[in-house]
Design a protein around this ligand. Structure first.
Ligand code: SAM
Length: 473
């Protein structure tokens, strides 16, 4: 195992040593000198684990609690792989794979990821839903919400909406309608110290107290969004009992929630009742990943069921009719003429699964579970699946559409001859081409789309969005 040196805040050392006791604290402290392994999780919307592993040059070992996750060595650079650009995997800290696996949504569920950026858990939830049901991913920080949108796009997710709002503002948009909610709360990040020493520098005891206050407020809001009988997973990447066990105790004492067991492999550590304020025994059903006991940075995860029906009558405040002021309208057959012409030329089925809506010159498909009347209520980053833009007399397909397509769903395809050619495309270069294809072509690496190109005059012109181009291999 690779070694590293890290200075921990004094108050943190004192607190953890009191919590863990001398013997365990020594092991805990020792774990800080180890460089953590990285994790990759297969994007099963595109490829299964074995298929993903066959497309990367790394040695992998299974992550016990996530059937689609693998450890790779700390020195590897997975973000430089074409398989990354093709959305075959998400780079995710191994213990961060537990919360979405614990929530375990089933196809058709209505799911909310309340604190979603950069999107590790959103993309994992999307894999479980397999583009069915409804996935709302929210992020309060705008710049982070854009990163979330880019990850959702790369992974080819079609049934998600992305909002950029405070949790309490979501109640008026969605009401009490979710089957499952994930609250991966902003926290004091004690489990990140080893991976990111800047988090250790920013840490102090006041920060822990502030985070706990914010988490409590967030959990009160969740009650107005989660259906009775619905499930909540609450997680943090901190060790602080104020943000972990004591938050679960708060939920249990409200009388509205009961803790459920988390049945995943390889989890031996659990929530500690002695770290609650009033000895809440049920917190023992929650799980902890501690870096001296498992190969992961540190996470606390609790799964709860809502047993009260308070708030169940809260419905979203939208009317089925769209307001006159709305900039959205439902796409008519006539509106879709240029889109259909594009679909026909590239050999793509023109039928759109869901409600086609137009915002100015952009075509979206709303996922099932979002009504047109809700569109004017939220601050959207993505109100659904973005198909493309209407230009004068033609339709320009979106990168989002390219990333969600499967090789067999479209006829106009260019398969890169080798990795060098695919890297040239990722750098924004045109690709020399003498074949018979004309116009829009889906550029595929080993059968997986990287983006669009446009064939004409001996080359395929590069249509990869500028922000996604790589500067060097
Ligand atoms: N779930 C994400 C993932 O797996 O990639 C990580 C989420 S991170 C632990 C917590 C997120 O909560 C951050 O992106 C942060 O910007 C956001 N956040 C910060 N303050 C918030 C607030 N008051 N309400 C909701 N989210 C907040």
């Amino acid at each position: 195992m690779t070694e590293q040196k890290l200075t921990l805040p004094e108050a943190f050392v004192k607190k953890m040593s009191a919590l863990l006791g001398e013997e365990e604290f020594e092991l805990f402290l020792k774990s800080y000198s180890h460089v953590p392994k990285k994790g990759l999780r297969a994007n099963t919307l595109k490829a299964g684990l074995a298929e993903m592993v066959s497309r990367i040059p790394f040695e992998t070992q299974p992550i016990p609690w996530c059937g689609t996750g693998v450890y790779i060595d700390a020195d590897e650079r997975p973000g430089k792989q074409l398989a990354y650009n093709a959305g075959l995997f998400y780079v995710q800290e191994p213990s961060a794979m537990i919360p979405a696996a614990a929530l375990n949504p089933k196809p058709g569920d209505r799911v909310l990821d309340l604190c979603a950026a950069p999107g590790g858990k959103t993309t994992q939830l999307a894999c479980a839903l397999q583009n069915t049901g409804f996935l709302a991913a929210n992020e309060v920080v705008k710049s982070r919400a854009k990163i979330l949108a880019s990850n959702v796009e790369r992974m080819g997710i079609k049934n998600a909406v992305i909002t950029n709002m405070r949790p309490d503002q979501l109640v008026a948009v969605f009401g009490c309608t979710f089957d499952k909610i994930l609250v991966d709360a902003p926290c004091s990040g004690e489990g990140m110290f080893r991976k990111d020493p800047a988090v250790a520098e920013a840490w102090d005891l006041d920060r822990v107290a502030d985070c706990a206050r914010r988490q409590k407020k967030m959990l009160e809001t969740v009650d107005q969004l989660l259906k009775p009988g619905g499930e909540l997973v609450y997680s943090t990447c901190t060790f602080a009992p104020e943000e972990d066990e004591q938050m679960v105790e708060f939920l249990v004492e409200s009388g509205k929630y009961q803790v459920l067991p988390i049945e995943l492999k390889g989890l031996s550590d659990h929530g500690r009742p002695e770290w609650t304020k009033r000895g809440c025994a049920d917190v023992a059903k929650a799980v902890r990943i501690m870096p001296h006991r498992a190969e992961g940075e540190g996470h606390f995860v609790a799964r709860l069921v809502k047993v009260s029906s308070d708030g169940a009558d809260l419905q979203p405040a939208f009317s089925k009719k769209k307001s006159k002021k709305s900039l959205w309208h439902r796409a008519s057959k006539r509106d879709l003429k240029d889109y259909r012409a594009f679909a026909e030329t590239v050999g793509l089925c023109a039928e759109l699964e869901g409600t086609p809506m137009i915002y100015q010159d952009q075509l979206y498909v709303l996922p099932e579970g979002l009504a047109p009347g809700q569109l004017q209520l939220a601050k959207w980053v993505r109100p659904g699946f973005f198909i493309g833009t209407f230009k004068k007399g033609r339709f320009e397909p979106s990168h989002t559409l390219a990333m969600a397509l499967k090789r067999g769903e479209i006829q106009s395809v260019y398969d890169f001859n080798n990795d060098d050619e695919a890297y040239a495309y990722m750098k924004g270069e045109p690709i020399p081409y003498q074949g018979s294809l004309k116009g829009w072509v889906l550029m595929c690496w080993q059968g997986y789309p990287l983006g669009w190109g446009k064939a004409s005059g001996g080359a395929v012109k590069n249509h990869l969005p500028k922000g996604l181009r790589i500067l060097k291999k």
